[in-house]
Design a protein around this ligand. Structure first.
Ligand code: G3P
Ligand code: MG
Length: 246
């Protein structure tokens, strides 16, 4: 069975998370898949960011929903991580798609819950679907979200795109199967914490593919693969044996 390695927020232990530098490094390390998070700016520009504020991973502070595309050139998203990344920008979705096409990388795009408004959340879905038309058809793609309302809406509008329901351990309840059905999800993306062989068996028996996040321990990853999970999302993809990479 094919075992998929997904670089969480790109090669996020070697470069600032969710930047073009972090995504580029996947190619150099033979990692074919990366995960990234998408959110939206005030003017509808879809960008790559885990947080909905600038505070943690840039040299500025404030909310993403208060800035526009023009502001991105004045925001440094790399110097917090290391001197050589000074000048790295928050990527737009468009730039990230170009990079994936150029470097022949596959994408797990996580739609973040837009806290600003339902209207902006709706625009995020619409603009994501429009931008994905530029992704080369040979690239593989999974759209995931913890927000199952948003994910369900995305799947209705883009039924041909594989989607994944994300779950944290504490909200992976007995109704997971109904949620998967509701979203017409192809994958479940459970948190690693507390995940058992029995749970993995239940997912597999339901005919659903399983990618587990975020696994930063090679032995645990091996155990999960031996239980039959399809993929692992990790911050240390470069440390995995070459059989998972080339
Ligand atoms: O998709 C797996 C993982 O990215 C989910 O959590 O908070 O890192 O986006 P988070
Ligand atoms: Mg994520």
């Amino acid at each position: 069975m094919k075992k998929t390695l997904i670089a969480h927020r790109g090669m996020s232990s070697l470069a600032p998370e969710n930047t073009l530098a972090a995504f580029s490094l996947c190619k150099e390390h033979g990692v074919k898949w990366f995960e990234c998070d998408v959110d939206i700016l005030q003017d509808g520009t879809v960008i790559i960011s885990h947080d909905d504020t600038l505070d943690r991973c840039t040299d500025k502070s404030g909310r993403l929903c208060d800035i526009t595309r023009d502001d991105l050139s004045n925001i440094d998203a790399g110097s917090w991580f290391g001197d050589i990344f000074t000048g790295e920008r928050i990527p737009t979705l468009q730039q990230m798609i170009c990079l994936a096409n150029d470097k022949q990388l596959n994408l797990n795009i996580e739609i973040k819950s837009c806290a600003a408004s339902a209207k902006l959340s709706r625009l995020l879905i619409d603009n994501l679907i429009t931008a994905l038309k530029d992704l080369n058809p040979e690239r593989e793609l999974i759209i995931s979200s913890f927000n199952h309302l948003v994910l369900s809406e995305f799947k209705q509008l883009s039924p041909q795109t594989p989607v994944a329901c994300l779950f944290e351990s504490h909200n992976l309840l007995d109704d997971w199967n109904a949620t998967i059905e509701w979203c017409q999800a192809d994958y479940i993306h459970p948190e690693d914490k507390g995940l058992t062989r029995e749970m993995v068996n239940k997912f597999k028996d339901a005919g659903i593919k399983v990618n587990v996040w975020t696994v930063n321990d090679l032995a645990r990853a091996n155990e999960l693969f031996n239980w039959g999970v399809d993929g692992i999302c990790t911050d240390i993809a470069h440390q995995f044996p070459s059989k998972y990479r080339l």
